[in-house]
Design a protein around this ligand. Structure first.
Ligand SMILES: [Zn+2]
Length: 228
């Protein structure tokens, strides 16, 4: 991160807004309060599940005249100048930002964005989904898929990471997040996919991790963080 200031706002569930010097980015908006500022907007959607994607985002063209949509290609919309569809392991270069996609262990893609001297990783549903009711084989397959996806990202320098911490996984809610922090070592970590369960995030920030990643606790909707 080259001395830039970044504002991060938790919207709701997996929805975040990230404002850099020249851009306002929105990730996986599904509901909640959001106000688009007067600067170029980039809207990212990692996949079409209804808790990550809401068609209302297309109405935002009424509020902003400089808006670009970067959507996973499982979302059924025709691509046009404003809408770009991406599958896993693709890259898009714009004049002053770039987007690289990785896979998911559920649906769609995860995003690595380089913008204004910072690198952001947004996981979407890329996670070590450890469901109690899954068979041993399913659990082993998930572990392999998740770890091989992380191997593709390993070595990338990441300033801000957004990654699931999902209370529905019970005792295993922290498995993926801890593995991600220990192996990818982002400078900052913001949790996703927890709905209104702020207590689980409080618990997660106190888990010992192998490095100095700053894990941000979320206390409310529209919680704002200033990152330097
Ligand atoms: Zn999800």
């Amino acid at each position: 991160m080259r001395g830039t200031k970044i504002k991060v706002e938790y919207i709701y569930h997996s929805g975040y807004a990230v404002e850099t010097e020249n851009y306002y980015m929105v990730f996986d908006y599904f509901k909640g309060d959001i106000e688009l500022p007067d600067k170029p907007v980039i809207v990212f959607v990692s996949h079409s599940h209804p808790d990550h994607f809401n068609e209302d985002i297309f109405k935002w063209t009424l509020a902003s005249d400089d808006i670009t949509y970067i959507l996973s290609d499982d979302i059924m919309v025709p691509s046009n100048g404003r809408i770009r569809l991406m599958g896993p392991y693709e890259r898009l270069d714009f004049t002053d930002f770039s987007v690289e996609t990785f896979g998911s262990t559920d649906q769609g893609v995860s995003f690595l964005v380089q913008v204004d001297g910072a690198s952001l990783f947004f996981a979407g549903d890329l996670h070590w989904w450890h469901w109690e009711e899954d068979s041993l084989e399913e659990k082993a397959q998930m572990e392999r898929d998740f770890k091989s996806e992380i191997d593709r990202i390993r070595g990338k320098q990441i300033d801000l990471a957004f990654f699931p911490v999902d209370p529905r996984l019970g005792d295993h809610y922290s498995l993926g997040g801890k593995y991600f922090v220990d192996n990818i070592k982002p400078k900052h970590f913001f949790p996703l996919h927890f709905g209104d369960n702020f207590e689980i995030i409080n618990e997660f920030i106190n888990i010992p991790m192998a490095n100095s990643t700053h894990i941000h606790g979320i206390h409310k909707r529209n919680h704002i963080f200033e990152i330097k």
